[in-house]
Design a protein around this ligand. Structure first.
Ligand code: PYC
Length: 330
């Protein structure tokens, strides 16, 4: 049996976005959080087939547009090599851009959208010129710091003190300290190797659970923070996800978590703007929009702004006669 998926491929700030515009399965659930769990239980082969080799690669990321469960303009289900994320910033910027440019999303008010994602509801503003969307700004779900001062001793590296923050996913944040002197001193291969070890060590001792949505839990991503490199930037990062990926974009949920972290540690305030550079030098503008409460925890409402480019249309087959129909990783 051959399943066809009609995709708009592109990237946000260099990181891939595969908007699956045709072939989405019907999902059960009264919220995107419930639909995400249904997708993972019954249709995860679609994610692995579209994101893993041979149809994807380590960084592959994207999602489906769905009709909203409530009074939003659209809903998004994210797929990625690491799973179905509760929220993905670069993915949202890409999917909203491609969805608007191809008439898959019709805003009730030009320039504004309300979108449901598994982590909650996000507000979007965008700027368009003719049929091109030039920038997308996401007012994200509330972000907060979940844990401070987790101490680990990383084999063949040394001791690190790590904080964990939420910005739509849970991030272990590693700031320059001890043996970590900066991204360029480590290099990509070492960042990936160390990130896997550090994530496993943190998972052994600490599991954050979202206070309002317990299906969101666990440290999935690492954010290596660094000083800015390019003119006009305020900080740089390398975000690790999946098993081998370094985000080519500055990472929307990672930037959101980092903003909450910088506010909680007294380095940013409400109203501040933070230009975040990715590992490859692409940029998002982060902003601390407001304070927020997540249950009884103090946090912030972050926003992230960036742009995306479609690179082409791609009809992908998942053919059950293909020995690698569900994808593979090495
Ligand atoms: O932009 O939020 C993001 C993201 C998560 C994983 C990769 N990118």
């Amino acid at each position: 049996m051959r399943h066809s998926f009609f995709c708009i491929d592109g990237h946000t700030a260099g990181n891939p976005v595969r908007l699956v515009a045709g072939g989405a399965p019907l999902l059960r659930g009264a919220s995107m959080a419930e639909r995400r769990l249904d997708f993972l239980a019954r249709f995860d082969w679609i994610r692995t087939g579209l994101c893993f080799e041979p149809r994807g690669h380590d960084m592959m990321s994207g999602g489906f547009l769905y009709p909203p469960c409530g009074d939003a303009d659209a809903a998004i289900l994210f797929i990625e090599t690491s799973g179905c994320l509760p929220m993905c910033g670069h993915g949202t910027i890409g999917m909203i851009t491609f969805g608007l440019e191809h008439g898959l999303i019709t805003p009730r008010e030009p320039g504004r959208l309300v979108v449901e994602v598994p982590a909650g509801t996000i507000d979007i503003t965008y700027e368009a010129e003719g049929d091109r969307v030039r920038s997308v700004r996401i007012r994200n779900v509330p972000a907060y710091v979940a844990a401070r001062g987790i101490e680990i001793d990383v084999p063949d590296f040394g001791p690190l003190t790590i904080d964990v923050a939420y910005g739509g996913n849970y991030y272990a944040i590693v700031e320059p300290q001890g043996a970590y002197t900066g991204l360029d001193d480590l290099g990509a291969a070492r960042i990936v190797e160390l990130s896997r070890t550090i994530r496993a060590m943190i998972r052994d001792i600490y599991e954050p659970v979202h206070p309002l949505e317990p299906s969101i839990r666990g440290v999935t991503h690492l954010l290596w923070a660094d000083r800015p490199k390019g003119e006009g930037a305020d900080g740089r990062n390398a975000v690790f996800y999946g098993e081998r990926a370094i985000d080519r974009s500055p990472c929307g949920t990672g930037t959101s978590a980092r903003l909450a972290h910088l506010v909680a540690t007294g380095r940013l305030n409400v109203g501040d703007r933070f230009v975040h550079e990715s590992y490859i030098g692409s940029r998002f503008i982060g902003r601390v929009e407001a304070t927020a409460k997540i249950g009884n925890i103090d946090g912030i409402i972050p926003s992230i702004e960036g742009s995306a480019i479609a690179t082409g249309l791609n009809t992908i087959w998942i053919d059950r006669e293909d020995p690698f129909w569900a994808g593979f990783t090495v």
